[in-house]
Each structure stands twice: as C-alpha cells, then as structure tokens.
Design a protein around this ligand. Structure first.
Ligand code: MN
Length: 485
C-alpha cells in the first residue's frame, strides 16, 4: 500500500473537487499534523499518514467537504491532547458533531454475539444521527485493512474478521459496493488463506491472457464509438473482485469456464440516451448473446443498481460482457449512500428512504432489545441475510430478508393485516403461507375481517423477528381477552 501524502490528497482534490476552496482542508491538515506530531504508526511512519489516507479514501468517493475534513481530524479527540471543543472552535459545529459521532464508534470490536449486537446498535444510532459518520468510519477501516501486514498475525486476523463480519455487510447495505469489495479483498487472504491461494492460482494465467484480449476489444469498441461521435467519458476493463469471484465460483461448481465476467468492459457516457445509443453501436458491430441483454436502466435491480448489460460474441468466438451507464449511475453504484451524501441536505432523508427502511426498523427495534439471546440472533439474521424485494399489487416495494413468507410480508405492511390474514396470492396464484418469496414476486394478502388473531403455528413459519414479535404480542392479547371476558 502506497503512502498517501498531503500532495497526493491535494491533487486528488483538484481532480474530484475542481470548484472547492481547499483552505479549510489545508487548515485541518495542519491542525491534525501538529496534534499527532509525536505519534507513530506501527510501521514507524508518522501517524498523520493514517488520517491522510482516510481523507483520501473519502475524496475518492466524492463525499462532501465536511466529511473529508472530519476524515482528516477523526482521530484527534481520542488520540491527542486536543479536544472536541478545540475542534468546534476551529472548524464549527457540523465538523465537531460528525467527529463526536465517529469517536463514539471507535471501540467497535467483534467479540461474540452480545457485543456484536451492541456494536450494531451503536452503528445504527450514529447512522440515524448522521449517515456520514459511518462513511468516515468505513474509510478509516479501509485504510486499516490496507495496512494489515503491519500487525502480528493474530491481530491482523482479528481485524480482518471484524471487517468481514461487521463493516463489509454494512457497506453492502448502504450500496457502497466498491468499498465493500475492497474491504473483502484486503481481508480475504487473512480470513481464508487457503481459499485465497486457490482462487489466485486458478486465475493467474487466465487473467493475463484475458487482459490482453480485453485491451484489444476495448480499442475496437472505443474506435467504433468515436467514429459515431459518442461523447465517451470513460471506457475501462473492470476485473472482478477476488472475493466475489471466489463466491461466484463456489456457486458455479468451481468451474472458471462458467464465469463470463472475469473482466467486463465498462463504458461511461453523459446521459441515459447515450447509454442506449452505445448499446446500439455495440450490437451493430458484434452479435449479442440471446437473453443476455439486461436493461437495468428501465428496470433497476432491487438494490437500485442501474446500467445496461450485454454479452456479445467477438470476432474470435469469445464472449465479452459490456456494462454501459451514465455518470450518476456509475457514482451511485460505486459509492452508494456516499454518492448521495454529496448533497448535505439530503443526508437526513436517507434513513427514511424506502431502500434504507431496514435501518429505520433496526433503530426502532434496538430501543426494546431485551437481554435475550434468541432475539439478538434473530436481529443478526435480519440484517445479514440477503434481502429480497417483493411488490404489493399497488406496486409498492417491500424489503424483506431472504426466505421470507407471505406472513412476513403481511406483518411488514401492517400488524392488523397480519392478524386478519387467511391466505395469499403470489403472482396471482394461491400460495401457501409458508411459501418462500422471491425478489420480484407480487404478493396480495387475502383477509377475513372475522379472523381476529394469528395462528400460533405462524411463529414457526415467519422468518423475520419483527413478524414473530407482533404475532407473539397478538397471541398474548388474545389470551388476555379470553381471561377477562
Ligand atoms: Mn482511525
């Protein structure tokens, strides 16, 4: 990992923030540098290189200036004699509040399920107050795992595990896919050393020849686009991240020949119309594979991802995948919540946005966490299982953990809908209540107003802790009524 200097950060800022005044950032750098003046990192280098690298990671995500300033100051109150009050005096309330949130998160450690839930609780509280807190925390963590080699093996392993268990899933949930993949790739060799060596050996030669080939295709594609005067912003080959390749291989019988997107060509253009224009040009030059053209612009993936994907036969009978998108789609797919955070005033709306509804719910749930192991485990499942997205007949999207049933769906909408439910239609067909829902299903709940409360069996069928909690309380209510009537 290359050391990041102030000069490196400054030139990245000039590139990504051409219109911003860098005076306050320079002041923050001087402040942090003198605050950390006598501190060294494990490597022996001056401590300031850590906050610099954190700020650099943030600037790559193109977050707002306040967040970058907070990144450069993030370890000051905890590790130096300068206090939060000093920061407030020098840099104002917004920066100091953000840093106060980050400092509160500084002791997150993965130590078994209880601590785990407690850590998550802290994360979500911080996130509710200001989502930028988590973004700085993730950029800080990214630099920590970028320099794992400086630690003793046991410590490196602990940091790597913690990152895979806590930070990567959170980055994923926030739509920060690039960051999530980077975190995973840095930790992969520490957490799964054998599997890492296996994947690495498997792709080593292949990647070399593939890269050469993709370079040729990229040149041809670029020439075609220029010939048609397409205002191409960027065209590059993106190599699949190692850990996600490993997971895909596991899902495909460990057969590397079944992986078509080891390297995909990515084309970034200014507008949506340009995207379709590019697709047309690519298809008129090479023949597309049937069924592999995916319009995620008209129909975004459930997680909000947008792009056009197509796989084409190139002249040598090989298959190459193209991913075509505009600038906004690109930034959102790489940086997720951080890309939205560019617009400060929008940050507080994140948690109320539909796609982040689960965060809201967690915040509600954590308020009544009892010291109950089953409950904690259930919550863990709710967060880290993969999510599915199903629709109401009216077209509303409901976000649920994988393997959720119509019962979970009904309770997600309204607890009374759950109580009165007698059946469900999935894609207009009668379905049993224990049916495992899939992303894209349209679910309609059939209710009967004479039904007053759920069946106790539903506790076994429901997958979400939220549905089970509501069923339990409705069953108790019913028992209470019977007693009093
Ligand atoms: Mn730090």
């Amino acid at each position: 990992m290359q050391k990041i200097t102030w000069e490196n950060l400054k030139s990245l800022m000039l590139r990504n923030y051409p219109d911003e005044d860098l005076a306050v950032l320079a002041k923050a750098y001087d402040f942090a540098k003198s605050a950390h003046a006598n501190q060294k990192r494990f490597t022996g280098e001056d401590y300031i290189f850590h906050p610099l690298a954190t700020a650099y990671n943030l600037a790559e995500m193109k977050v707002d200036m306040t967040t970058i300033i907070a990144g450069i100051l993030h370890d000051v109150p905890e590790d130096t004699s300068n206090t939060l009050d000093d920061i407030r005096r020098e840099f104002g309330d917004e920066v100091s509040q953000l840093i106060s949130g980050i400092t509160k998160l500084s002791n997150l450690k993965y130590r078994g399920i209880e601590r785990y839930a407690e850590n998550l609780r802290k994360m979500f509280v911080a996130m509710a107050q200001d989502p930028r807190t988590i973004i700085v925390k993730l950029a800080d963590r990214l630099h920590n795992v970028q320099s794992l080699e400086i630690h003793r093996p046991e410590k490196a392993l602990r940091i790597a595990q913690e990152t895979m268990e806590i930070y990567a899933p959170i980055a994923n949930r926030l739509g920060m896919f690039e960051l999530k993949s980077q975190l995973e790739d840095y930790c992969f060799p520490y957490v799964y050393p054998e599997e890492y060596r296996w994947v690495n050996a498997l792709i080593k030669d292949r990647l070399k020849s593939e890269r050469k080939y993709i370079d040729q295709i990229q040149k041809i594609a670029y020439r075609e686009l220029i010939k048609h005067h397409v205002p191409v912003i960027e065209i590059h080959g993106r190599v699949k991240h190692l850990y996600s390749l490993y997971k895909k291989l596991i899902g495909h019988g460990k057969d590397i020949n079944k992986i078509y997107d080891l390297i995909a060509l990515r084309i970034i253009v200014p507008t949506v119309a340009d995207c379709y224009w590019v697709l047309g040009i690519i298809h008129s030059h090479w023949t597309p594979l049937k069924g592999r053209v995916k319009d995620y612009i008209a129909q975004p993936k459930p997680n909000g991802y947008q792009s056009l994907h197509t796989s084409v036969f190139t002249d040598h009978g090989r298959v190459v995948e193209f991913q075509i998108r505009d600038v906004a789609m690109h930034e959102i797919s790489e940086y997720g919540i951080a890309a939205h955070a560019k617009y400060k005033e929008a940050t507080n709306q994140f948690v109320s946005k539909r796609s982040y509804k689960w965060i809201e719910e967690l915040i509600k749930w954590q308020q009544n966490i009892k010291d109950n192991m089953t409950y904690l485990k259930e919550i863990k499942n709710d967060i880290f299982q993969d999510r599915i997205f199903v629709f109401t007949p009216g077209g509303d999207v409901i976000d649920l953990p994988e393997d959720s049933t119509p019962i979970d769906f009904a309770y997600q909408i309204h607890s009374e809908l759950g109580a009165h439910m007698v059946g469900a239609l999935v894609n207009q067909q009668m379905a049993s209540l224990d049916r495992s829902l899939k992303s894209g299903d349209v679910v309609e709940i059939i209710k009967d107003k004479n039904r007053q409360s759920p069946s106790a069996d539903w506790l076994q069928i429901a997958k979400t802790s939220m549905a089970r909690e509501k069923i339990r309380s409705q069953l108790n209510r019913k028992r209470g009524q019977r007693f009093w009537n």
